[in-house]
Design a protein around this ligand. Structure first.
Ligand code: FAD
Length: 452
C-alpha cells in the first residue's frame, strides 16, 4: 500500500533518511508527500518565518514535481484523514524532540492507531538525536564542554542521497499558506537548492577565515545557514560530512557551533520547561522592572533607538533582514537584561517574532546564557559594555554606519560614542540610560539574590 511522508522541519529531499524509509516501504504504490499547516505554531511564528516557510514549501513542491499536498488544520485530524483517503498504512516522519512537536506526534500516533495505521520515526533535525548523549552514569550533561567532547566521540551517520525514481502520488491539496508580503524585510532565498548553494559558497569563501572572522559583525564572516537548518533545508549531517573532509581551525570552530545547536536541543529535551523558565532560579529571581517607564525602554530597544550605536545597529539589522550577527545578539540581549533590567523572556519573545532563523532552543538558551540563568551558571554576573564591545568587534565602525543611517557620516570608531562628538548627529537619540550606573545596579541586584 502507499505510504505518507509528512514533512515538518525537514524541507529537503537529500540526506533525508525518513523520506527514504517512506519510499522503500511504499514500493510501487507510491508516496504521498504532505505538509500540514498547523495553526498553533504557524500563528506563533512571526512574519519573517512564515514568509520563509511559504517560499520553502513552494521550492519543495517544485522539487517534488508538484506533488506536495498541503493540508490546513490539526495534524491529529489531517494526517489520519489523508491516510484514510489514499488507503495508506504507514506514515513516515523525522522525529521532533521539541515539547510541542513531540506531544503533537504522540497525538497523531494515537489517532492513526485507531485507523489501523502506524507512525514511523527515522532520524531527527540533529546529527545526534537529543537525549542520546549521556554521561557514563546515564544522566544528561548540564555543561557544554563535556557534552561537546562526548558528542564528537559518539560520531554520526554519513549523509544519504535523495530518493531515486520515487513514485509520488497527488491527493487533494489545500494550497500554499497565504502569507503577507514583507516588502520592507530583505529575507534570504528559501529552499534546499539555495541552502546547498549558500553552504557551498561558505565552504569556498568563508570557512578558512571563520575562526578569526566569526565575531566581527562588520565582516561577512559567518555562514548564514541558521535559517536553512531551522527548516531542515540542509541537515547538520551534510555539513559535518563536508567539515570532515577539511582540516584547520575553521572546520573545528564551525563544528563546535553546530554542537551548540545540538546541546541546546538536548537541554530542552531533558528540561522542556527551560524554554521559558530560568534554569538557575536564583539568578532568575533577580528583580526586573515593569510599568510605563520599563515599557518605554523596551520600545526604544526594539526599535533600535537606545542611543547606544552597536545596540541600535543590531536591533535595526534584525528588523530589516530578520537576522542579527551572533556577537550583536549577545550585546543587544545583555543590554536589555543588564542595562534596562527587563526580563530575558521579553527579549526572547521579540527575537522569535522577528528572526527568520527563530528557534526556541537556540534562542531561549542563548538568552539564558546572556542573562546568566542558563547552563553555564557562573559565580559572577557578566555585564557587556556596549562601547567596549563595539570598539572591539566593530573596530572601524562599519557595522554601525551600515545599519544606523544617522551615524553614516561619523568616521572611524568614534561612531561608538556619538556623545563625545563636537556636533551631535542629527536625529540620533541620546543614550537612554547611563551604562556605568546601570551596571552597578545590576551588580547590586545580583548580590541581593546571591545572599538570599
Ligand atoms: P554561523 O556562525 O555560521 O554558525 C553556524 C551554525 O551553528 C548556525 O547556523 C547555528 O545553527 C549554529 N550556531 C552558531 N552559534 C550558535 C549558538 N550560540 N547557539 C546555537 N547554535 C549556534 N540561533 C538560531 O539558529 N536561532 C535563534 O533563534 C537564535 N537566537 C539566538 C539568541 C541569542 C540571544 C543568542 C546569543 C544567540 C542566538 N542564536 C540563535 C545563535 C546564533 O546567534 C545564530 O545561530 C547565528 O548567529 C546564525 O548565523 P550563522 O548561521 O551565520 O552562524
Amino acid at each position: 500500500s502507499p505510504t505518507v511522508f509528512w514533512f515538518r522541519r525537514d524541507l529537503r529531499l537529500s540526506d533525508n533518511p525518513a523520506l527514504l524509509a517512506a519510499v522503500s516501504a511504499a514500493g510501487d504504490d507510491g508516496v504521498q508527500p504532505v505538509f500540514v499547516l498547523d495553526p498553533v505554531p504557524f500563528r506563533a511564528s512571526g512574519g519573517p518565518r512564515t514568509s520563509h516557510l511559504a517560499r520553502s514549501l513552494r521550492a519543495l513542491d517544485e522539487s517534488l514535481g508538484g506533488h506536495l499536498v498541503i493540508r490546513h488544520g490539526k495534524p491529529e485530524e489531517e494526517i489520519p484523514r489523508l491516510v484514510a483517503e489514499i488507503g495508506a498504512e504507514e506514515v513516515h516522519i523525522a522525529a521532533d524532540y521539541g515539547p510541542y512537536g513531540a506531544a503533537r506526534d504522540q497525538r497523531v500516533e494515537k489517532a492513526l492507531a485507531s485507523h489501523g495505521a502506524t507512525l514511523h520515526r527515522t532520524g531527527s533535525p540533529y546529527a545526534i538525536a537529543p537525549g542520546r548523549i549521556r554521561k557514563p552514569d546515564d544522566t544528561p550533561y548540564r555543561v557544554f564542554t563535556p557534552f561537546s567532547r562526548a558528542w564528537r566521540e559518539h560520531g554520526w551517520r554519513a549523509p544519504v542521497a535523495a530518493p531515486k525514481n520515487a513514485n509520488w502520488r497527488k491527493a487533494k491539496s489545500g494550497g500554499l499558506p497565504d502569507v503577507p508580503d514583507l516588502p520592507d524585510v530583505d529575507l534570504p532565498e528559501a529552499g534546499e537548492d539555495a541552502a546547498r548553494k549558500r553552504f557551498a559558497d561558505f565552504l569556498d569563501d568563508g570557512l578558512a577565515g571563520y575562526a578569526d572572522e566569526r565575531n566581527r559583525p562588520d565582516r561577512d564572516g559567518t555562514s548564514r545557514i541558521s535559517v536553512n537548518l531551522k527548516y531542515g533545508e540542509l541537515h547538520p549531517r551534510t555539513i559535518l560530512a563536508e567539515l570532515a573532509k577539511r582540516r584547520g581551525s575553521g572546520a573545528d570552530t564551525f563544528r563546535n557551533e553546530i554542537c551548540w545547536r545540538e546541546f541546546y536541543a538536548d537541554v530542552v529535551f531533558h528540561r522542556p520547561s527551560s524554554l521559558w523558565e530560568s534554569l538557575d532560579q536564583r539568578v532568575g529571581s533577580i528583580h526586573t522592572d515593569s510599568g510605563k517607564s520599563a515599557d518605554a525602554k523596551f520600545e526604544a530597544w526594539a526599535a533600535g533607538r537606545t542611543g547606544f550605536p552597536i545596540v541600535d545597529a543590531g536591533m535595526r539589522q534584525l528588523l530589516e533582514i530578520g537576522w542579527m550577527h551572533n556577537r550583536v545578539r549577545m550585546i543587544t540581549a545583555s543590554f536589555l537584561v543588564k542595562d534596562l533590567h527587563l526580563p530575558w523572556q521579553r527579549g526572547a519573545a521579540h527575537f522569535l517574532d522577528h528572526l527568520v532563523d527563530g528557534d526556541y532552543a537556540s534562542n531561549n538558551h542563548g538568552w539564558q546564557w546572556v542573562a546568566g540563568t542558563g547552563t553555564d551558571a557562573a559565580p559572577y554576573i557578566r555585564v557587556f559594555n556596549p562601547v567596549t564591545q563595539g570598539k572591539k568587534f566593530d573596530p572601524e565602525g562599519g557595522y554601525v554606519r551600515r545599519w544606523v543611517p544617522e551615524l553614516a557620516d561619523v568616521s572611524g570608531a568614534a561612531v561608538h560614542e556619538p556623545w563625545t562628538l563636537e556636533t551631535q548627529p542629527e536625529g540620533y537619540p541620546e543614550p537612554i540610560v547611563d551604562h556605568a550606573a546601570e551596571r552597578q545596579e545590576t551588580l547590586r541586584r545580583f548580590e541581593a539574590v546571591r545572599g538570599a
